[in-house]
Ligand binder design. Sequence first.
Ligand SMILES: *[C@@H]1O[C@H](CO)[C@@H](O)[C@H](O)[C@H]1NC(C)=O
Length: 169
Amino acid sequence: MRLSIAYASAVMALMATQNVHAATTTVQVSDPNGGLGFTPSNINIKPGDTVSFVFHGPHTASHASASNGCAPANPQEFNFNGNSGQVFNHTFNTAGTFNLYCAIPGHCAGGMKGVILVGSGSGSSAAPATTTTSGSNSNSGGGSTSDASSLSVKASLVAAGAALLGFIM
Ligand SMILES: *[C@@H]1O[C@H](CO)[C@@H](O)[C@H](O)[C@H]1NC(C)=O
C-alpha cells in the first residue's frame, strides 16, 4: 500500500512537472528610442510556450512568409498591430519556423525582423493557437482576454492523477 501511494505521488509529481515546462519569452518590439528591431530577434522555444510581445511605439509583430521575411505568411498565425504600452501574448502550439517582421512600410527593410524557432523548427505552422492581449488603445481585437486552455489541461491532469490514485488503492 505504501508503495502504491508513493508510486501514485511520483506519477502526479511528474504530471505537475510537465506543466511547468510551458515558458514565456518576452520580445521587445522596437525600443524607447524607436529602433527598428525585435529584441531578442532570434528565439528558440518549445511547443506550448508563449511569446510576449512588448510594444514600444507604433509597429506590428507579424508572421512573415518563409520565402520572403518581409512579406506576410499565408496563412498567417499571428499579426499584432500595436503601440507603446501594449503587450500581446501568443502561444505557439506547433513546432515550426516562424519568421517575424514589422509590416509598417520600411521597417522590415530597416532591419525589423526575426525568427521564432518552435521545437526543432521543421514542419508546418497551421495549428490552432491562443492569443491574449492587454494594454489600452488596441486596434487588433481590443480588450483583455485570458487563456483558459492551460487551466483546463491542468484540471484534467489532476483528474487523471486522482483516478489513477483511486485505481491503485
Ligand atoms: C502576458 O504575459 C506576461 C508574461 O508572462 C504576463 O505578465 C501578462 O499578464 C500576460 N498578459 C495577458 C493579457 O495574458
